[in-house]
Write a protein that binds this ligand. Structure first.
Ligand SMILES: Nc1ncnc2c1ncn2[C@@H]1O[C@H](COP(=O)(O)OP(=O)(O)O)[C@@H](O)[C@H]1O
Ligand SMILES: O=C(O)C1=C[C@@H](OP(=O)(O)O)[C@@H](O)[C@H](O)C1
Ligand SMILES: [Mg+2]
Length: 183
């Protein structure tokens, strides 16, 4: 079974878009960020797509784009936090690559997201949510998605780990257990 793609999944701000390019560079593979590919394709920011066309349209675009990317070889692909919450996407990725779950706690995600306003799923009407409101939203979405994230081939917690350490640990596991060769 073709497994020469590595997909990074995990909640918003788990570090997929940050770690992805560094991991790719370390193993000598190429890198793509699914959100960035969608933004380039539409010439719109994710937030604009949600606002102008709605989440259903975004999810359809996300699945179509993912399907195109699964034809590639020797790429690290950073997903969006919700990509895996679609059975077709999940099955497509299981067939074509290795799924890596970057795990974060709700508190860890909150610390990285509290000042960000670029994720539609975490926008609030009054734009100034309390920590409790923010954490409640994070927990609701995260708890719904755990059954998908936990189907990944491997999991690493990124809460209190510098990016470089996470990459080192990932490379060791990918080489030893998944026989990923340096390109
Ligand atoms: N290991 C880490 N430690 C501290 N901050 C991190 C770590 N990984 C990512 N971040 C920060 O968290 C934010 C979200 O990271 P990002 O890579 O965009 O996450 P994702 O793509 O999973 O949503 C960014 O500001 C990034 O600098
Ligand atoms: O979790 C989600 O539903 C989403 C996560 C985002 O990606 P990041 O996880 O890289 O922020 C982006 O795909 C969109 O805002 C939807
Ligand atoms: Mg990202």
């Amino acid at each position: 079974m073709k497994r020469d793609l590595i997909f990074l999944t995990g909640f918003m701000a788990s570090g997929k878009s940050t770690i992805g390019p560094i991991l790719a560079n370390t193993i000598g593979w190429d890198f793509l960020d699914l959100d960035k590919v969608i933004e380039e394709k539409t010439n719109k920011k994710i937030v604009e797509i949600f606002k102008e066309y709605g989440e259903e349209y975004f999810r359809k675009l996300e699945s179509e784009t993912l399907k195109e990317l699964t034809k590639l070889s020797k790429y690290v692909i950073s997903l969006g936090g919700g990509t895996i919450e679609n059975e077709d996407n999940l099955n497509q990725m299981k067939k074509s690559g290795i799924l890596v779950y970057l795990e974060t706690s709700p508190e860890g995600a909150y610390r990285r997201l509290r000042f960000k306003r670029d994720r539609p799923a975490l926008l609030f009407d009054d734009n100034e949510p309390t920590k409790e409101e923010f954490l409640k939203r994070i927990n609701t979405i995260l708890n719904r998605r755990l059954k998908y994230y936990n189907q990944a081939d491997l999991k690493i917690n990124t809460d209190n780990k510098p990016v470089g350490i996470t990459v080192d640990i990932l490379v060791k596991i990918l080489r030893k257990d998944f026989h990923i060769e340096e390109n």
